[in-house]
Write a protein that binds this ligand. Structure first.
Ligand SMILES: [Zn+2]
Length: 397
């Protein structure tokens, strides 16, 4: 269970150079059915607007402020995936959202949604909770001392829904220590402490960050095992503060390059190394036959190594070789098309003949450890990446 707590703003956060966030593999893929059980009314009472947002009749029924805020917050994740996610994530993350009593809900989703969104008049000192069960339950309070405003409902929903996607809290100690120096960034949707007084006028909407999206890529990209929530694999994303940005304030263009490889595989180290071609190799195209290397996965009975091969354009854009269609697909540089190599501790793969140009090979290990599995992240400056060049002419040495 993850909860969002009210809290005073941080005193000061000197010297916080890195932000961190867990992304856990709770879902086999991003095709998720979301069922919202709508609150029957909007804000009951606030000191500045009085009852029902100044007696607005729309606040009772299906057009109330809270339903709008809940839908907008879930929709904000779509926008962030499109804006900050890789091509792979955009292809994978496909939620279908239904409001009970308003939308026509297919029977199988009524009986078995993946994510169930509910509200509660008062959860006591907790603003919202996410229960990672089947279905995952997103549960928002509607008031603390005063009723939630639109922004309160939006911000709390965005976080609890994020938990149900597999994300933890931002910060050291899993974001559970309000005095931690690592609880920044304060206004990220996945911060475990809400620094805005509930019901106050003028609270801003929180924006979804590239840190959130990178953790979502870990959550949906890790090798899901179908076992218990949170026990399976995932990644702990650590990002330099300078690389951070969100859907409101864009991160630096090279934020992915600035961010170190994600390295947490449920406690099991997995590694692969590309040995041939070696990084920076210049090879006559006619001599290029295969990609080969080594792999290891601690205490795994068996594991696979997967390979992606990109052709890199002069402007740095990537086109990933797809063995099935025998073509290069236009995808971003972080969204390989994977092919399983032969062998594991020593592996090799032949993907065909290619014309002259700049290429990048990437490898990763997929390992099974009993009920758990690990998936190596793509690390652009790591031994599992090799850029090389194929030339028309036989190279002279
Ligand atoms: Zn804020």
């Amino acid at each position: 269970m993850w909860a969002l707590f009210p809290s005073a703003p941080a005193a000061s956060e000197p010297g916080v150079d890195f932000y961190e966030l867990d992304g856990l593999a709770d879902w086999p893929d991003g095709t998720l059915n979301v069922l919202i059980v709508p609150p029957e009314h909007g804000p009951i009472y606030n000191s500045d607007t009085g009852a029902l947002s100044g007696g607005n009749p729309k606040e009772v029924g299906i057009n109330n402020t809270y339903i709008a805020a809940i839908e907008a917050a879930i929709g904000a994740w779509d926008v962030a995936v499109q804006q900050l996610g890789t091509d792979w994530l955009s292809d994978s993350y496909k939620p279908s959202v239904y409001v009970l009593g308003r939308d026509e809900v297919p029977t199988e989703i009524l009986t078995k949604p993946d994510i169930l969104v509910i509200t509660d008049e008062n959860e006591g000192p907790v603003l919202g909770t996410a229960y990672r069960l089947f279905p995952c339950v997103v549960r928002m309070s509607r008031m603390e001392l005063f009723s939630f405003s639109y922004a309160d409902m939006y911000n709390v929903t965005a976080q609890e829904y994020g938990h149900c996607l597999g994300l933890g809290h931002i910060g050291g100690q899993g974001g559970t220590d309000p005095t931690s120096d690592l609880k920044e960034p304060e206004h990220d949707v996945m911060n475990g402490f809400n620094t805005h007084p509930i019901g106050a006028k003028g609270t801003h909407l929180h924006c979804i960050s590239n840190l959130d999206i990178l953790a979502l890529e870990q959550a949906l990209g890790a090798h899901y095992t179908g076992y218990f929530w949170g026990v399976g694999p995932g990644g702990n994303v650590v990002m330099p503060a300078a690389a951070y940005g969100d859907t409101c304030v864009a991160p630096p263009a090279n934020w992915r390059e600035m961010t170190p490889p994600t390295a947490d595989y449920g406690g099991y180290p997995v590694d692969s190394v590309i040995q041939s071609p070696s990084r920076g190799a210049v090879i006559p195209a006619s001599h290029f036959k295969r990609i080969a290397g080594t792999g290891e996965a601690f205490e795994a009975e068996r594991f696979d190594v997967e390979i992606g091969l990109a052709r890199i354009d002069w402007d740095g854009s990537c086109h990933w070789w797809d063995q099935a269609s025998q073509t290069f697909l236009d995808r971003d540089c972080y969204s390989p098309v994977w092919h399983t190599a032969s062998g594991s501790t020593a592996w090799r793969i032949s993907l065909g003949s290619f014309k002259a140009g700049h290429y990048r090979a990437v490898s990763r290990v997929l390992a099974s450890h009993g009920s758990e599995a690990g998936s190596e992240a793509c690390c652009w400056d790591a031994p599992n990446v090799a850029d090389f060049e194929l030339t028309k002419q036989r190279s002279r040495s």
